[in-house]
Design a protein around this ligand. Structure first.
Ligand SMILES: [Zn+2]
Length: 119
């Protein structure tokens, strides 16, 4: 498969291969656990799952372990970044026990935030 030009990028079908062809492109997700925007490594995704639509992949925060629900495709610009696509994730497969893992990771994050709030 080859990477497609930007006019063919669609939220349901765009792949890592499409995106890595442009070095200004990056993807982020808003992590519910960390409560901040995190960047996902396109090259790491591309190494294994280059031709799978991003929508069908699962994104897990490497810091807190919470799964993302949506990723955003953006282009780096000198001053700001230009939003290109919002992809509602619909993973084709999950880790074993992902639901329990998600609940656990979120609960842990909640606790950490509550603890911070008390200080
Ligand atoms: Zn996180």
């Amino acid at each position: 498969m080859r990477s497609r030009p930007e006019e063919h990028w669609k939220d349901h079908s765009v792949t890592a291969r499409d995106l890595v062809s442009d070095s200004e492109i990056y993807i982020t997700f808003s992590c519910l656990g960390c409560r901040m925007i995190r960047e996902a490594n396109l090259w790491r995704i591309g190494a294994r799952l280059a031709d799978d639509p991003l929508q069908r992949l699962r994104f897990k925060c490497s810091i807190c372990g919470v799964y993302a629900e949506e990723v955003r495709v953006q282009r780096r610009q000198s001053m700001a970044s230009e939003p290109l696509l919002r992809i509602k994730l619909n993973p084709a497969c999950w880790d074993d026990g992902h639901r329990a893992a998600q609940v656990q990771a979120l609960a842990k994050a909640e606790k950490a935030w509550a603890a911070k709030g008390r200080r």
